[in-house]
Design a protein around this ligand. Structure first.
Ligand code: MG
Ligand code: MG
Length: 262
């Protein structure tokens, strides 16, 4: 049984989701060659706590940090390390917060320094996949409509859609029903009802969809060693058009300012 959220609950969820966006913007300001994911993690943890929230990932099933930082061939669930980022890298930063009893969960893949056009295209298409998936998150549709839209756009561009990890419902738990796969068939799966809150998060690989897990028990990597991209938004299912809870606006403000400075 999937419970639609009340409008009061949705407002609390929005605050959690917005705090994630603001945290990712703090991270965005710091990302450059020479900086380590562990430094980003420290800043994010402090920022979240300073805003009266808890980092949702810290201690979640024993995860050791506040951010999941997945560099290049790492798909998701990367553990932040002290290794310096290099120009040409990409880093997916996934952040969760818990505030007033509700979770926010959003992710963005950042370019470090100068990234190849091949990888920039992967990022652009993955962002488009997210947008197309969100467009299907309307009442009367089914979960399969979201997955189909994402999969179709990714595969049309020759990319691999990760199957083993999926989006999810969001609320008083970080992961609630239903699962929201990034692949699927139109008209199949759980029916979407107004007020359902979902985290939609395409994980798209440059070539093959196949993945492995590192011995650390967390980090998911591509089997072929090629790069992977990941973006995630929190939304509410509504009639006709999904409502956004999370936002990339804070991140993009920071990124455009950084561009001006170059
Ligand atoms: Mg996430
Ligand atoms: Mg998630």
């Amino acid at each position: 049984m999937i419970r639609s959220k009340t409008e009061e609950e949705i407002e609390i969820l929005r605050q959690s989701s917005l705090l994630v966006g603001k945290t990712l913007a703090e991270v965005a300001a710091l990302i450059k060659p020479g900086v380590s994911a562990l430094e980003l993690d420290k800043v994010a943890e402090e920022f979240i706590k300073d805003h009266g929230a808890e980092p949702a990932f810290l201690g979640f099933n024993g995860f050791p940090n506040s951010l999941c930082c997945s560099v290049n061939e790492q798909v998701v669930h990367g553990i932040p390390t002290s290794k310096a980022l290099e120009s040409g890298d990409i880093i997916s930063v996934d952040c969760g917060v818990y505030m007033n009893g509700y979770y926010g969960d959003s992710a963005y893949t950042f370019e470090v320094g100068e990234v190849s056009s091949e990888i920039r295209k992967l990022l652009k298409v993955t962002r488009e996949c997210l947008t197309l998936g969100i467009a299907q998150a309307i009442s009367g549709n089914r979960v399969g409509d979201i997955g189909f839209a994402i999969q179709e756009h990714a595969e049309k561009n020759g990319y691999g859609v990760v199957r083993e990890l999926v989006g999810h419902g969001l609320g008083t738990s970080l992961h609630e029903a239903p699962e929201v796969p990034n692949y699927g068939r139109r008209g199949r799966g759980t029916k979407l009802v107004e007020g359902m809150t979902l985290a939609i998060e395409p994980m798209i690989n440059l070539v093959s969809r196949e993945i492995n897990q590192l011995d650390d028990g967390w980090t998911i990597i591509t089997k072929d060693g090629k790069v992977s991209a990941h973006y995630e938004h929190d939304i509410v299912v509504r009639k006709g058009k999904a409502e956004m809870l999370s936002t990339f606006e804070y991140i993009e403000e920071v990124l455009s300012k950084k561009k001006e400075q170059v």
